[in-house]
Design a protein around this ligand. Sequence first.
Ligand code: FAD
Ligand code: SIN
Length: 434
Amino acid sequence: MELNVDILIVGSGVAGLYCALNLDKKLNVLLISKGELSENNTYLAQGGIATARNVEDIPFYIEDTLKAGQYENDRKAVECLAEESIDNINKLVELQVPFDSNGDELSYTKEGAHCNNRIVHVKDKTGQYLWESLMNHVKKLDNVKLMEYTCLVDLIVKGNTCYGGILRKGDEQINLYAKSVVLATGGIGGIFRDSTNQRILTGDSLAFAFKYHIEVMNLEYIQFHPTGLYDNNYYGKRFLISEAVRGEGGKLLNQKGERFVDELLPRDVVTKAIREEISKSNIPYVFLDISFLPREFIIGRFPMIYEKCAQIGIDITKDPMLVIPSQHYHMGGIKVDIDSKTSMKQLYAVGETSCTGIHGKNRLASNSLLEGLVFSKRCAQSINQNYKDIELVTIPITVDKIDIRYFQHENKQLLKKEIQRRSPDLHDELFDNR
Ligand code: FAD
Ligand code: SIN
């Protein structure tokens, strides 16, 4: 089967949806997701979205981002992120994201390595509320068609230009031609043994990058969040205990009940300290305690975390949580410029699958959702400026049916091999080797 559209967006997280919202309404757009539309990391986001508080805060926000990234960041991209943050948050308010507020002013919380309170949030369910607001608006657009359970299994490429993609939906395989393709396929947590990510996120876009020699960057920079909930579950998706818990005063304690690290240092530093503490003890976790805060505050501010812990028998208003570092985020990805253009013509990448260079070696807390907003909008603006000069070309191709399971398995192996080649410290036992 063959189909033609103007723009194909692959991914229904913050980056894919916000790109769709910012595209010219004259464009005929198809947006696909591999699983259910809501099965993405955006929906899971807890802590919030970082933003400069005001114009005076921009240089401080830039410096915090660079420092957390160990100054390996792309400075121009970081400036763009900070300078465009306020406008994008205002846009979200306009789109009715129900951010927590104190009267007329948004409520800003603190997270690790930020020099002041600059994270907007909706309790501990920021991602769910953000996603629902964006999706409600996308669904109202006549020019955007949504297709779930539809997997991009290959790109249609000639020379160094992208002409569309090959999609599998159930038994059907579709050759989809487009003037531009936007990859918004998210992270790679599904290739790890345990991760806070949705398991279906296996870095599929990176497989296309390897196949067609599209430039990639910083592939070996993987972020391990300090505080995944320890629940004896060796394989699979680990529930996250938001950094905002530490931002609100939560303390990390070792087996002896002693503090061992400043909880608000950058994530890589806190993760390292926890791993060292675990290796010195005879238990596979450390404790995170917030029980000294008022009960009503804890339940009101962290309802999802309270519920989840209660399900496994921990009342966080009385007892500490058991936590362990877990794979969380991929700083690396497909190399893009500040307009989200990849090294292949007519191919863009946005959100976690892209590498703008913003995060350097270690992402500053809550900078991912903002990156998804700022750079997917810039991507849409670039497409809006250029699409009139691009012709839709339906180059004839015949492709055998691609087996999705085989495609997934091969991708996971290939990506693991590439990451380990660049960083041998990432041992086999960290990965999903089943
Ligand atoms: P996603 O939202 O993950 O969406 C990826 C999409 O790509 C999905 O729709 C998927 O179906 C689709 N897809 C993938 N492969 C294919 C394919 N082959 N074919 C078709 N579709 C495909 N960041 C913050 O800034 N603040 C936070 O508070 C925060 N909390 C987090 C909490 C958790 C538990 C996790 C896991 C992450 C958190 N992050 C947070 C990180 C942030 O949520 C993600 O980095 C961000 O949401 C990624 O957005 P995205 O649009 O790039 O990808
Ligand atoms: C969290 O709530 O700790 C996640 C924030 C992030 O990943 O930036």
